[in-house]
Structure formats: structure tokens, C-alpha cells
Design a protein around this ligand. Sequence first.
Ligand SMILES: [Zn+2]
Length: 340
Amino acid sequence: MRKTLYIIGLSTFVFSCTSQQNVKKNTYKPKTPVVQPKPVAKTQTSEAPKPKITNEHGVEFFTTNIADATKNDNTASYGSIVSAKPAGYKVVKTYFPAVAQNFRQRYLILHYTALPDDKSITVLTQQAVSAHYLVNNTGDNEIYQLVDENKRAYHAGVSSWRSDKNLNDTSIGIEIVNAGFPNGTGTRVFAPFSDDQVRKVAALAKDIITRYQIPATNVLAHADIAPARKQDPGPMFPWKKLYDEYQIGMWYDQTTKQDYFDLAQEDFAVKYSDPSFIFGIQTALQKFGYGVEPSGKWDDATKKTIEAFQYHFRPQNYDGIMDAETWAILQALNVKYSVK
Ligand SMILES: [Zn+2]
């Protein structure tokens, strides 16, 4: 009830501000003093639930949600509250917390380092690349944090997903120690992830996704957001296991996939080279989220995008060639995770 009153109070306050602006725009009254919406402001102050702030070792933390966490709108801060300290003035945090705010952390991006443990640490801490977390492969119970979650780590590079670009701005990056494809000539042979690493990644991902309300559609591979340049974490990363056992990320429904597969198989070979069919597949990849431009041709960018898609959703065969099964999976995913 208190929350409802507060939101009504806030809406009135916003409305008042807007009305006042309109009056100021349309009517020129130089000597009329501006009437401040004091009663509304007072109501807001008295009715609003003040977020609880705790202080540990001189650092303040918000501890209370005041809005709808399912919409990623809340004021809970999982790091310290960073505030200005203007000389001679007091910054007050408890009177006017806005409902209209959300987390900057909207994506979770997974990587492999393609390096052993010690080199992974050196490169990710001493060079121009980084990630928020590094999952080692030493069998212990530690996960290394390299970058504050509130700051940008340099892990995604030039990247895109749906309408978002440069995902370093909006993502948390997890690097996993893994050799990648060490025998990188001809067909790529990727190194497996240990069970122990997968459990660590799952626990870490679950924690991050839950705190920031990151949707399943935004839990992605580096290859998904930069298919022309990247393969990681590659086809050995067990996305299906993460989905099945931890409810992390996206996976298709088997029956929907089978329906599309039965349909696709009928004349897939006949349509394969038809520009309008290729265009349709490229459009479906784009709709799902990939930054591919529909051209009506099986161009290199499309091949790389299909490869990235197969690493993630059809890892048994990742040749970058669209086939009936890959096409069926893509359509099943688009049905399940369509853009609202
Ligand atoms: Zn990467």
C-alpha cells in the first residue's frame, strides 16, 4: 500500500512538473512567481518508503528494493553506492530514490581464454583485455574477480545483439580457462571443459543473472555477439546442460524443433540456393539476435554466423553450412524467444 501511494505520489509529481513546463512554454508571465508543488513533494517525502542504507567500514550500501525487480527496475545496489561529495553540501540518498532506473548490467557473456591458467591471469590483468571474472581450471573452489561489476571490462570488443552494440557497456564477462582449439589447422578440434569448471560457471552465472534479472536471451557466447571474429566458448561448452540443470540461457523445445525439421526436410535441398530462401534464413538469424545483414547469398558473414549458432545450439556439427536441422532449431528458438 505504501508503495502504491508512493508511486501515485511520484506520478503526480512528474505530471506536475510536465504541466508546469507547458505553462511556462505557452504563457509568458515574467513577474509571476513560479508556484512550487510543495504539497505533492511533501506527500512524496512522507509516504515514500525510504530505502534502507547500511554502512560497513565507512562504505554505504542500499539494501532495500523499492520497485519491481522483475522489470529490472530496483534500487538495490550490489556494490557500494557511489555518490558525489560536493564541498560544502550534503548529498542525501534516502529522500528521492527514483523508480525509473535499472541496472547497466543487462548481458552475461561467456568466453574461453585459449590459454593455460597462469597465462590467462597475466593477459587478463596486465594487458588491454579483461573480464569481470576468471574461472580457473585448477580444481579448487576459487573464482577470481578481476573487474568491479559496476565497471566496464574489455572482453566483448566490437559486438552486437539485436539492437544493442558494443556490449562491453552493458555486460558482465566471464572468462573460462580452456585451450580453445589447440590443433587449429583444418577442422577445428576444441578442448573440453572440466565438470568442475562447468559447476563453477553455472553457480557464478546463476548468481549474476539472478541479481541483475538478466533475461535468458541475453546470456550469450562471445561468438554469438562477434561471429566474424570469435569462436569462444566454442562447441564444447555445455549450453544445454546449463539450461537443463540450472535454467541458465536459452534452449529450444524438442517437439517444436521436430515439427520444423519434418517440414524443412521436404524440400530443403531444392530451395537451398534460392536467394529468397537464403534471405529468409538470414532474416531469421537477424531476428534471433545476430548482427548479420540479409543479402540473399551464402556469404562469408552468414557462414560465420551459422557457425556461431551451431557452436551454441547444434554443437555436433559446426561446419557453418545451413542444413535442415540447424534451420529447424533456429525457427524453434525464434518461436520460443521472439522479440516482444
Ligand atoms: Zn572471448
